[in-house]
Design a protein around this ligand. Structure first.
Ligand code: C2E
Ligand code: MG
Ligand code: MG
Length: 577
């Protein structure tokens, strides 16, 4: 806390200064009112202690000047008067001083008065801030960026729609913003958002086509929006989007960090694609959503094809919940075969969905929707229960030496207790642990390595098998391969498809098999469709395969036929096409 003393008598001034500094206050000292005024302007003290009689500008003049300025109108002021001067006190209080002390004052008296004033001022400031906040909220201004919040921005859009021939909307998403919050803290994140707001405001006011109804707003989190009216043509919208993206991609200098951010943008326009504020926002937001997967800093314009895709994924999203409830989801089983003998190794359980009106929906289409909405967690539990129950049935019927593999989504690792699920499933079905295999994907490596490692080890400790699925397609890193307790690597079918003709894929497959073996893991090649592929994989030392050459994924009753094994494929057979 900073206190300014204005007192022309040096010994008194020094005495006051000494008493206050002893209490830990920072003290500024002035020998007359004019000097005091200058110090107030430069150092913004929290309280002023002033004598009445001083040269240049006296105490009354100082109080009057401070009270007249809006910056110091509420600054606490205590006057120091001589014992006899009761009129002085009255004049000072009338001018706006908060309290007075008679000279020479005792230490306790001084401190009590100072503390009381500071406390009172703190309470007043808090009340004022609260009121300001309430006013702002009432005005629907985003307090962080000072841009209109979502409600106000929607009102502005509505006004634009009512007054202008065309209204274009750009939804802006900051790419990877959450990383800033996570790594540098929300304080730094807030500063970046504030700067984004400032730059957007500037774009809106000084853009090449800016019009009175143009507006910018913060839709929430790291999402912003710009409304541009009566643009001459579609290319003007694209160039406005490019201008905004450029402005927001300039480096951010905050708290000693230099940060680089890109922005993804989705655009939509009234009246071509939308006839209401609601539709305009929905379209631009879904265009943004589609721009994001194409990489950072992408611009997407809402179109009819996108509309169809959005509508379909919305439908799938809604229907998935029902499918899980009414039992429309099924598991098919695809045999995995030991190359050397043609024996069955096990099955991979794969989801199938037959919808009453939409027909078969491919997992390639509904799994990503399920992952995005999070329902994959419940689906994954159902899959594990169902597959384990099926395997336990086969076991009860006398089948031996096989495994059933289930695919585990990354979502099942985050905020879920996967080991507990595995334990429950094993307990309920009575399936021996080594007969269950969990297929995880490389995208796990993108999540907190420490926690995924711990979860994998906990699962491993339960005795289940672990396989890395689609190996080579994602974020392969030798570092995690070494640390993850994996039993098996599954080579993705994209590599298998073109062997032995594509030299690159041959080299990759070769390397994966060698590496897996050196880590003590076995290898399953996925998507084997021809004898030629099989022979080549055999020559590389790959142990197991899975693919249409042996069987497509089939319902459980048909899959049981695979227990008889497959005729060993011999080298003499001519490669099929
Ligand atoms: P995946 O786990 O890599 O499964 C292998 C995919 O390859 C399956 O596609 C399978 O039908 C297909 N396939 C097998 N052999 C051949 C072949 O010889 N040729 C060709 N062209 N394809 C073959 P599917 O069933 O469409 O599943 C696609 C993906 O969906 C799976 O890839 C997996 O990532 C995901 N998925 C399926 N079921 C589940 C599940 O229960 N949970 C989770 N999280 N994901 C699942
Ligand atoms: Mg799989
Ligand atoms: Mg796979």
């Amino acid at each position: 806390m900073k206190i300014l003393i204005a007192e022309d008598e040096p010994s008194l001034r020094e005495n006051l200064q000494w008493m206050l500094e002893l209490e830990g206050f920072e003290v500024l000292a002035a020998s007359d009112g004019r000097e005091a005024l200058a110090l107030v302007g430069a150092h913004k003290p929290d309280l002023v202690l002033t004598d009445v009689m001083m040269p240049e500008l006296d105490g009354f003049g100082l109080v009057k000047a401070l009270r007249e300025s809006p910056l110091t109108a509420t600054l606490p002021i205590i006057m120091l008067t001589a014992r006899a001067d009761r009129t002085d006190t009255r004049i000072g209080m009338n001018l706006g001083a908060d309290d007075y002390l008679t000279k020479p004052c005792r230490r306790e008296e001084l401190l009590e008065a100072v503390q009381a004033r500071l406390e009172r001022s703190r309470i007043q400031q808090q009340a004022a801030q609260r009121m300001q906040l309430e006013v702002r909220q009432a005005m629907q201004i985003d307090t962080l960026t000072a841009l209109p919040g979502r409600d106000l921005f929607e009102q502005q859009l509505e006004n634009a729609l009512n007054s202008c021939a065309t209204v274009s909307l750009l939804c802006l998403g900051l790419d990877g913003f959450s990383k800033i919050n996570e790594s540098l803290g929300t304080g730094v994140g807030d500063l970046v958002l504030r700067e984004v707001g400032r730059r957007l405001q500037q774009c809106a006011l000084h853009g090449p086509h800016s019009r009175p109804f143009d507006a910018v707003g913060r839709l929430g989190g790291d999402q912003f929006a710009a409304c541009l009216v009566d643009l001459p043509d579609a290319s003007a919208l694209t160039s406005s989007a490019a201008g905004i993206m450029r402005a927001l991609s300039q480096p951010y200098l905050v708290s000693g960090h230099t940060l680089f951010l890109t922005t993804s943008v989705g655009g939509s326009a009234y009246p071509e694609q939308a006839d209401s504020v609601h539709a305009l926002l929905l379209n631009a937001e879904s265009a943004l959503h589609h721009a994001k997967p194409d990489g950072p800093g992408t611009y997407a314009y809402f179109d009819v094809a996108m509309n169809r895709r959005v509508a379909r994924s919305l439908l799938i999203h809604n229907e998935l919940h029902r499918a899980l409830e009414v039992g429309d989801l099924q598991l098919f089983y695809q045999p995995q075969v030991r190359i050397a003998t043609g024996e069955l190794v096990g099955f991979e359980a794969l989801l199938r969905w037959h919808h009453a009106t939409m027909g078969w929906i491919s997992p390639a289409e509904f799994i990503p929707v399920a992952e995005q909405s999070g329902i994959i967690v419940q689906i994954g539990e159902w899959v594990m229960h169902t597959a384990a129950r099926q395997a336990a049935q086969w076991l009860a019927r006398g089948q031996r030496d096989f495994r059933v593999a289930v695919n585990i989504s990354v979502r099942q690792f985050v905020g879920q207790d996967l080991p507990h699920l595995v334990q429950t499933v094993l307990g309920e079905t009575g399936l021996p642990p080594h007969m269950l295999e969990l297929e995880v994907t490389e995208s796990l490596a993108l999540h907190s390595v420490a926690s995924t490692l711990a979860i994998l080890h906990d699962c491993k400790a339960l005795g289940v098998h672990l396989a890395m699925d689609d190996f080579g397609t994602g974020y392969s890193s030798l570092a995690y391969l070494k640390r993850y307790p994996l039993d098996t690597l599954k080579i993705d079918q994209t590599f298998v498809r073109n062997i032995p003709h594509d030299r690159g894929d041959v080299a990759i497959t070769h390397a994966i098999v060698a590496m897996a073996h050196s880590f003590g893991m076995s290898v399953v090649a996925e998507g084997v469709e021809t004898r030629e592929q099989l022979e080549f994989l055999r020559s590389l030392g790959c142990e197991e395969v899975q693919g249409y050459l042996f069987s497509k994924p089939v319902p459980a009753d048909q899959a049981a036929a695979a227990f008889a094994g497959f005729a060993p494929q011999t080298r003499e057979v001519a490669p099929s096409a």
